[in-house]
Design a binder for this molecule. Sequence first.
Ligand SMILES: *[C@@H]1O[C@H](CO)[C@@H](O)[C@H](O)[C@H]1NC(C)=O
Ligand SMILES: *[C@@H]1O[C@H](CO)[C@@H](O)[C@H](O)[C@H]1NC(C)=O
Ligand SMILES: *[C@@H]1O[C@H](CO)[C@@H](O)[C@H](O)[C@H]1NC(C)=O
Ligand SMILES: *[C@@H]1O[C@H](CO)[C@@H](O)[C@H](O)[C@H]1NC(C)=O
Ligand SMILES: *[C@@H]1O[C@H](CO)[C@@H](O)[C@H](O)[C@H]1NC(C)=O
Ligand SMILES: *[C@@H]1O[C@H](CO)[C@@H](O)[C@H](O)[C@H]1NC(C)=O
Length: 475
Amino acid sequence: MKKLFTLFFLSILILHPLKLTSAACHPDDESGLLAFKSGITHDPSGMLSLWKSGTDCCTWAGITCLFDNRVTAISLGGQPDKPNSFLAGTISPSLVKVQNLDGIYLQNLRNITGKFPDLLFGLPKLQFIYIENNKLSGQIPSNIGKLTQLGALSFAGNQFTGPIPSSISELTNLTQLKLGNNFLTGTIPVGISKLKSLTFLSLQHNQLSGSIPDFFSSFTNLRILELSHNKFSGKIPVSISSLAPKLAYLELGHNSLSGQIPDFLGSFTSLDTLDLSWNKFTGKVPKTFGNLTKIFNLDLSHNSFIDPFPTMNVKGIESLDLSYNQFHLKQIPSWVTSSPIIFSLKLAKCGIKLNLSEWKPKQTYFYDYIDLSENEISGSPVWLLNKTEYLVGFWASRNKLKFDMGSLKIVNTLKDLDLSRNLIYGKIPKTVSGLKSLNVSYNHLCGQIPETKFPATAFVGNDCLCGSPLPPCKI
Ligand SMILES: *[C@@H]1O[C@H](CO)[C@@H](O)[C@H](O)[C@H]1NC(C)=O
Ligand SMILES: *[C@@H]1O[C@H](CO)[C@@H](O)[C@H](O)[C@H]1NC(C)=O
Ligand SMILES: *[C@@H]1O[C@H](CO)[C@@H](O)[C@H](O)[C@H]1NC(C)=O
Ligand SMILES: *[C@@H]1O[C@H](CO)[C@@H](O)[C@H](O)[C@H]1NC(C)=O
Ligand SMILES: *[C@@H]1O[C@H](CO)[C@@H](O)[C@H](O)[C@H]1NC(C)=O
Ligand SMILES: *[C@@H]1O[C@H](CO)[C@@H](O)[C@H](O)[C@H]1NC(C)=O
């Protein structure tokens, strides 16, 4: 019986092939997508080369079909590391013909220009908008609140200006709101507190101002809060405490925030990343920071924090920046030295008195950046740099380092090396020619400078360096 049924079904398939292929792409979908393609003026990597009239649009690159072969999603993405991987042009208003779209993902296409695409208002099933890293400009329309069915809205990385419309508070089904990397101005609309399902709120890299609203008690699911690189002032609002313990990313760096770090920040036991850098924070870092056992990225640099820095209870730290505060740490903290994996350590002007030859961290292999400038560090970095493979930047100016520069290993990846104002002797190795920036001024170096592109200020103040860009060597 089953077999018979299968045969019957197969015969239908065989007898009606035309009907099936014609049903593969709805004519409205095809014409909507071809209109989109005709709005694109440059497609150097051929992202849309399969999009041809008369072929099944469900097979086109970037197109998803569901339910009766209607197109439900368009997802095109450029690869940031490939210069040809972009699309130039505008988003055709006729894309509205693709009525069953529930997702539009146009990411990293870089050269898509034009105003806010009003066609979005004509797509009743649309739930997910990720139009990121393009060049859309103008204002976000004040009636954006009409898109109530949206679950995610991202216009991150465009050139939108003007305010965040207050009607955004009507998008109560949003779990993600990402408007970072635009030129938005004004304050954060208080109505955003109505978006109770948000897990991801990102407004960083804009020109937003005013204080951060004290409205966080309504967000029970927020994991990621990114407000860095704006012009926010005032204190960290008290209601942020209600985001504990779920919040994993808290990024408030590069603003004009002031006051002290509240004690409750120690209760964010899931916190992975905390960035408070480049603000006007004062006072002590609370002892409760010892409870941040999951923190991997901590940046408190460029504030006015004072001693003592609390003991952290972490298994490892991937990136730490405490530079340019009023700390006198004396030593590199033991939880840094014992970290099983660490990429970036920046402790400039942290009052560290140390013989670098005797500092033997558990892991050095993965270091990208080390900044120990403006401390009282003696000894030599030769052992340390010999144990790195991927180092990109090493800064140690204004210390008391004393070693033979000729024995310094300069890995291929190294771009920036600043050893100015130390007690370094010997000759400059030829390997410095691969660097992007070098500064060895004010040391005790001697001999001919290898051929480089660096200015004289990178070499001045040594005992007997000679040759271009300094005066020629005497033969
Ligand atoms: C793409 O954008 C870049 C940067 O704005 C510009 O230099 C380039 O000419 C654009 N290319 C096209 C084909 O629009
Ligand atoms: C919001 O989401 C819920 C659950 O997914 C759904 O039932 C509701 O219809 C959505 N609201 C709107 C306005 O789309
Ligand atoms: C955090 O640390 C403080 C003192 O270091 C301690 O009293 C407190 O119980 C810890 N736990 C939480 C959740 O804050
Ligand atoms: C630093 O330590 C090394 C190795 O232990 C030692 O040889 C050197 O004299 C020390 N330098 C100073 C300035 O203490
Ligand atoms: C650097 O490391 C290599 C191998 O790990 C070792 O043979 C060499 O002696 C080291 N050089 C210095 C200057 O420590
Ligand atoms: C090198 O450092 C010195 C002093 O630390 C500074 O005055 C000079 O401008 C620097 N030069 C370069 C090329 O960075």
